[in-house]
Design a protein around this ligand. Structure first.
Ligand code: PGA
Length: 254
């Protein structure tokens, strides 16, 4: 089945990559892209320390850049933080917000994520807002309740389908090698569309909903083929250019 939109393939590098190895990786990715026709939009979200160098290397390559987080204020006395404007200044077009690692380790709740998203929009960034249930919530049959709550509270009033991507990332699937059944992924992606349609009739066209959590070069093609999956958020497998490239190529099979 052909896709509604060009799929997004997003590499979330997390806290990985020194300058030298990362520049070699981006060079390798650029040369693979140069020799191919690709059927997706590639977005790399490296650590902040690499953005300046990547900003010089990626224009006109087909790769777009994103940050992994931003602050909810536009500037000021926030030691150690990065603003949406700073990301924009480094040519980022996207920012990941509400990743479960930040929800869990930095106590970020949906209300804070909505504030960050508002700031991201003010700087002209598209917010990639992550939602997903923990294993305990899944086992207690709470996936729909949790995802619904996160969607309703993490999207600020000014969110639209043109400035927002939702990443469904079951917490228990991240880095574990386990993924939900394809039926479960389809159902949750449909739930996300339904919640937005009923709660936010002003939202505009269908929102882009991507899947993340243990995506690799072996399962990417099948996950992309699931109705309602508009792309992939890839962690570990995005750090290996050859594996990431196979994931990018799997877009052509759908
Ligand atoms: P993973 O991470 O692909 O390593 O499971 C995905 C993510 O955390 O975005």
């Amino acid at each position: 089945m052909s896709k509604r939109i060009t799929p997004l393939i997003i590499g979330n590098w997390k806290m990985n990559g020194t300058l030298l190895e990362s520049m070699q990786n981006i060079k390798k990715l650029r040369s693979k892209i140069h020799n191919s026709l690709i059927g997706c939009q590639i977005i790399i979200c490296p650590p902040f320390t690499l953005l300046r160098d990547f900003a010089e290397k990626v224009p006109n390559t087909g790769i777009k850049l994103g940050g992994q987080n931003c602050h909810h204020a536009s500037e000021g006395s926030f030691t150690g933080e990065i603003s949406a404007n700073m990301l924009k200044n480094m040519t980022c077009e996207y920012v990941i917000l509400g990743h479960s690692e930040r929800r869990a380790n930095c106590n970020e709740n949906s209300e804070l994520i909505a504030k960050k998203a508002k700031n991201a929009y003010n700087s002209g960034l598209t917010a990639i807002i992550c939602v997903g249930e923990t294993l305990q919530e899944k086992e207690n049959d709470l996936t729909n309740v949790v995802v619904r709550e996160q969607i309703i509270n993490s999207l600020p009033d000014v969110a639209k389908s043109s400035n927002t991507v939702i990443a469904y990332e079951p917490v228990w699937a991240i880095g574990s090698g386990k993924i939900p059944t394809f039926e479960e992924i389809e159902e949750t992606h449909k739930l996300i569309q339904d919640v937005i349609k009923s709660e936010r009739p002003d939202f505009g066209e269908e929102i882009t909903v991507i899947y993340g959590g243990s995506v690799d070069e072996n399962n990417s093609s099948n996950i992309l083929a699931i109705p309602g999956v508009d792309g992939l958020l890839v962690g570990r497998a995005s750090l290996d250019v050859d594996k990431f490239w196979q994931i990018i190529e799997s877009c052509d099979k759908n």
